[in-house]
Design a protein around this ligand. Structure first.
Ligand code: FDA
Length: 389
């Protein structure tokens, strides 16, 4: 075996570890992925018929306020000046999201000032003032009042979870942002944009190093290759970014996830919805939102004859589905604590990333966490002989 380090999973966490290990620590790194492409869920590809760049695992918008992460990612790609904005279609009328003064005034057919709008929402939220909401429905009403909650949040959340919000724990939401200005920028971060030549070009550049050996279609748990679990065990340090419950053969039970079914369609029109993302918050529409990919890159000279859209249907994941968002029930949290104990006892293996820690991570968080792992665990091990645990 030539590798000094084996990285399981080529998502942004694994790629960051591999890139730093090769460039900063001068190590030979093998990075394996069971999929046939690198990049994990941030992977994109050009749709065959139209050439429009499609995000295969759902929309990925890069944003961060972390200076270190921003400097780091700019080594591999420039970013466009894309600013994410979302709209929502409620009862055949389109409103700006997140809920802002524009949404409120359109919804109530009014011209409230910021102070008037704030007073109105406070009054409506007062319906459940002083109570301790036990479910998501009551919590939503207490946060923003019944009218806005029922129009924009209730059924959208119900569809996301395939569960009536009355049966969901209040803890799923801490706050529902309402802006008392007309600002409808989706993210508040200092930096935002999309990689100029697309995600896959960025991700491939991270792995483009003579000391990084990328092996695709290679599952860590399958036998018969150089970097299988049994081949590397005890031989070489491993950074594992696959599902933590899978690593321990589900010994403490399955952790639960939500998944999304993505339905892609090419339509013979130049522009279907005039925006990259349209939410569908009503109960009678089965999907949660529609993406239209051409709007992520208005500067590109895409065909005018067709457009690519993707409908998102959310549901609980079963074995074999793509795990997307941790459900994180109290039972899951108990299991996770047990898996963490097991992980701590696993010599020479570090667990990281979204699946390895059972935590939803935005891209910038995955990259930031990977940089910390290199600083705090890998560097001391490879330069000072500290053990890996
Ligand atoms: P990631 O899941 O990307 O990669 C893990 C890799 O490990 C996969 O490629 C998998 O195949 C591989 N693997 C697992 N088990 C293996 C095994 N046994 N053997 C070999 N390989 C194995 N973030 C953001 O900043 N803005 C956004 O808009 C979005 N949008 C978004 C939408 C959706 C639907 C999701 C699910 C996620 C986002 N994200 C996001 C989050 C973003 O995708 C996230 O930050 C990265 O997935 C984290 O990277 P990881 O490397 O941790 O996991």
């Amino acid at each position: 075996m030539n590798a000094d380090l084996v990285v399981v999973g080529s998502g942004l966490f694994g790629l960051t570890v591999a890139e730093r290990a090769a460039n900063e620590l001068d190590l030979n790194v093998a990075i394996i992925d069971r999929r046939s492409h690198i990049g994990g869920n941030a992977y994109t590809e050009n749709e065959e018929q139209t050439g429009i760049e499609v995000h295969r695992y759902g929309a990925h918008l890069f944003h961060t306020s972390n200076e270190r992460v921003w400097d780091y990612v700019n080594r591999f790609t420039d970013f466009t000046d894309y600013v994410h904005r979302v709209y929502t279609r409620h009862q055949d009328e389109v409103f700006p999201m997140p809920i802002n003064l524009g949404t409120i005034n359109q919804f109530f057919r009014a011209a409230y000032s910021p102070a008037e709008a704030r007073a109105l929402i406070q009054e409506q939220a007062g319906e459940l003032a002083g109570t301790d909401p036990q479910n998501l429905n009551d919590k939503g009403i207490q946060l923003i009042g019944r009218p806005l909650y029922e129009a924009f949040i209730k059924h959208y959340t119900g569809k996301q979870w395939q569960t009536d919000p009355k049966d969901l724990p209040a803890s799923i939401i801490n706050r529902l942002p309402v802006r008392y200005t007309y600002d409808n920028r989706y993210f508040n971060d200092k930096y935002e944009g999309l990689p100029v030549d697309g995600y896959t070009a960025w991700l491939e550049r991270m792995a483009d190093h003579p000391k990084i050996d990328v092996r695709l279609d290679t599952d860590f748990f399958d036998e018969g290759h150089d970097y299988s679990r049994s081949a590397v065990s005890g031989q070489v340090p491993v950074v594992y970014t696959g599902p933590v419950d899978r690593y321990f053969d589900y010994a403490e039970g399955d952790l639960s996830w939500r998944t999304i079914d993505l339905e892609q369609e090419v339509l013979p029109v130049e522009d279907f919805q005039g925006a990259p993302v349209m939410n569908y918050p009503d109960a009678d529409v089965p999907f949660t939102r529609i993406l239209e990919f051409r709007h992520f890159y208005p500067q590109r000279n895409y065909t005018k004859d067709a457009t690519v859209i993707m409908r998102e249907f959310s549901r609980f994941a079963e074995k074999g589905d793509e795990p997307y968002y941790p459900v994180n029930t109290s039972v899951d949290r108990e299991k996770l604590l047990k898996y963490r104990d097991l992980a701590r006892g696993e010599d020479n293996v570090l667990f990281g990333g979204r699946l390895g820690t059972y935590k939803y991570l935005d891209m910038h968080m995955a990259i930031g966490a990977a940089l910390s792992m290199v600083d705090n665990k890998l560097k001391p091990h490879f330069t000072g002989g500290a053990s890996i645990e």
